[in-house]
Design a protein around this ligand. Structure first.
Ligand code: GAL
Length: 663
């Protein structure tokens, strides 16, 4: 982690948008708000290199100096996230190309092709200058490479990308024969005779090759990681401060396989915005936080960006109601964040983000928003002793970006089977049961968990499937949901019946998928209801827990349970409605001997524990409209009061209790 004590508070500061008189006021307000860490130079390129090779660090020097003089640490951007107009004018070939072959113009941000050698050279030249100038500056607590790499430009289809894709494929497959085999190119006369014939999967007249599509996703993720690595290498020649970049573990960005990125970060940092387009934004926030903790290997992490209120990029940009920002922030802390930062400090008066909320709103400091910022700051101060503790979980939910790519592709059994929906459904069910889950990569050693949930793990390698199967054989419990284990890493169907990779472990075999059209709901004999998916399943060694009462497959098993080796595995062959999936998970968690940290609820109550060797803290978060009571004994860090056995948590509030005795 960056060397910052306690639970730090931070923000992006786009000082370039303001005059020096505002900087002075801002830094005074930052002190009032107890801001510890300020990100600068995120979009600085056109200011610090106004003309090619001409560097002007005067303003950045002043700002960093001002922050330093006021005891505020700096999260220093390399400044390369958006090329300045002179660069795209001089070198239009760096602009990204979309799948339809059209070039994307500058005028927004991130208008660069990840494989452009010219962009890379210019960006690294800038990084070198920034690193030389500030590499040992005492204010710099952290280096922030670029910004949200791949937010807009992850998939680029131009000639530079085509060349880099071929080189990547050569490294992966070694020979054109191996590539032809992996992509199954005997189909539709797609056999390649030479590397030069291979293109990025640009839009075609018909469905594209799915193996090529998934490899292009892998390549594109690696390509941007390569960019991160190149900038980080330059930085490390001039600094010993930690280096990171801000991830986007969120519902609408799926291009980067952060499991491969995480080991290269000195600290894991995530940007998370509440997504009001989703059915349950609070549950998604908790999921993203748990996944970020997974990326951090269970260690504390940073929330690098969130908003105090509305964003500017959803169709309807909802403001946060009083208390919601504090609740969002403490949910991240409960799930392992040791630093809470915001985009951005002062709301812009101009530009595309002028209606995005900020710590200092347009209306100034005599506002509810500002008072909430001060409240958050004092709350984080009160939680200082929580820093460094970790979250323990009995459940692992397996999450895979590769499965996301392979599931949400072209030409699938149902366009409504979306990977993240299925993962979220499983996560929501666990959360409603009051149990804490780690979100981990397939391939993780599961032996420390009582239960593994494997939602829609469509693409899985032989090794990762074997790990899951061995885990169950060794006494573990697993719940696997439909469309899992279907293809290998080349997107090749595992033959012999679905769900190929897990057939034996689950004790079932399915011969055909029967997806349901929109609006269609099936009923199971036990009364549960489901949508989206059914399949012609037969139990081989499994016992049948429930079968369809209607729909296309009456009498066919829908939920099964199997004894496999020393363990137990459940298969859910349909998309159970939320309450029914929760009931099934309740049975599975009980069978696995798991007790919730919190009560069962409709998701409006979250109880999460962070613990160290000699201390433990219970976070009780009440998203609901009713006051609740939760049994716990200890000391309330926020109110300073003793909690003698029963804690009252008002509607919309959060309490954090140092438990006595330690749990
Ligand atoms: C992020 C980005 C920030 C800001 C923010 C707005 O994607 O890193 O610079 O644009 O979104 O929500």
């Amino acid at each position: 982690m960056a060397d910052l004590p306690g639970i730090s508070l931070g923000c992006d500061y786009n000082f370039e948008q303001w005059s020096p008189s505002v900087w002075a006021e801002d830094v005074a307000l930052m002190r009032q708000a107890g801001v510890d860490l300020v990100a600068v130079n995120i979009f600085g390129w056109s200011s610090i290199e106004p003309r090619p090779g001409e560097y002007d660090f005067g303003t950045l020097d002043s700002i960093i100096g001002l922050l330093h003089d006021n005891g505020i640490r700096v999260n220093l951007g390399t400044g390369t996230s958006s090329p300045p107009p002179w660069l795209t004018t001089l070198h239009p070939e760096i602009l990204p190309e979309a799948a339809d072959g059209t070039t994307r113009s500058p005028g927004g941000r991130q208008a660069w092709c990840p494989s452009s050698p010219v962009f890379r050279e210019r960006a690294l030249a800038l990084v070198e200058q920034v690193a030389i100038r500030y590499g040992d500056h005492p204010a710099v607590a952290l280096w922030h490479v670029s910004n949200e790499l791949g937010c807009h430009n992850a998939l680029c289809y131009d000639e530079a990308s085509a060349g880099a894709f071929r080189a990547w494929l050569l490294r992966r497959y070694g020979s054109i024969d191996a590539l032809n085999k992996a992509w199954g190119t005997s189909f539709w006369s797609q056999r390649y005779s030479d590397w030069a014939e291979i293109l990025p999967p640009r839009l075609a007249l018909s469905l594209r090759n799915p193996g090529q599509l998934v490899d292009f996703q892998r390549f594109s993720s690696d390509e941007l990681l390569g960019h991160y690595r190149a900038e980080a290498e330059v930085l490390r020649r001039h600094t010993t401060a930690p280096v990171t970049t801000n991830f986007m573990v969120t519902a609408h960005i799926r291009a980067l396989d952060y499991w491969s990125w995480a080991p290269e970060m000195d600290v894991i940092a995530n940007d998370h915005y509440l997504d009001n387009r989703l059915g349950d934004p609070d549950a998604e926030l908790s999921f993203a936080a748990d996944l970020t903790r997974g990326l951090a290997g269970g260690r504390p992490w940073m929330l690098m960006e969130q908003s105090t209120g509305a964003v500017n990029w959803q169709p309807y940009n909802l403001a946060k109601v009083p208390g919601q920002m504090l609740r969002n922030s403490l949910t991240h802390v409960a799930r392992g964040a040791d630093s809470i930062c915001f985009f951005q400090w002062r709301a812009s008066a101009q530009g595309a983000e002028k209606f995005h909320s900020a710590l200092v709103p347009h209306a100034g400091t005599d506002t509810v928003g500002w008072r909430e910022v001060l409240e958050l700051s004092s709350t984080l101060d009160a939680l200082a002793e929580v820093a460094g503790t970790t979250v323990r979980a009995d459940i692992a939910i397996l999450f895979s970006w590769e499965s996301w790519w392979a599931t949400d592709t072209e030409a699938r059994p149902s366009q409504d089977v979306r990977y993240l929906d299925q993962v979220h459904a499983a996560y929501r069910a666990a959360r409603r049961l009051g149990v804490t889950a780690d979100v981990v990569a397939p391939g993780t050693d599961l032996s420390g968990y009582r239960l593994a949930i494997v939602p829609c793990l469509h693409m899985v390698s032989d090794e990762d499937a074997a790990l899951i199967n061995d885990y169950v054989a060794g006494g573990g419990h697993a719940v696997v949901t439909f469309y899992s284990g279907i293809v290998d890493v080349a997107d090749r169907v595992r033959l012999g019946g679905y769900p190929g990779a897990f057939r034996e472990m689950l004790g079932v075999v399915a011969e055909e998928f029967f997806p349901l059209p929109p609006g269609r709901r099936v009923t199971l004999a036990g009364g549960a209801t489901a949508t989206l998916w059914t399949e012609h399943l037969r139990a081989t060694t499994a016992e049948i827990v429930d079968s369809y009462a209607d729909g296309p497959l009456p009498g066919v098993p829908a939920v099964t349970r199997n004894s496999y080796g020393e363990g137990t595995s459940w298969y859910v062959a349909t998309a159970l409605d939320d309450d029914d999936l929760r009931d099934l998970l309740r049975a599975a968690t009980r069978a696995a001997g798991i007790r919730g940290t919190g009560p069962e609820s409709d998701g409006s109550v979250e109880v999460v524990r962070r613990a160290g060797a000699d201390r433990s803290y219970l976070f009780v978060i009440n998203h609901g409209k009713q006051d609740i009571a939760h049994p716990v004994t200890g000391h309330d860090l926020i109110t300073g009061e003793a909690v003698p056995g029963m804690l009252k948590v008002g509607a919309g509030s959060v309490r954090v209790i140092r438990e006595e005795p330690v749990a």
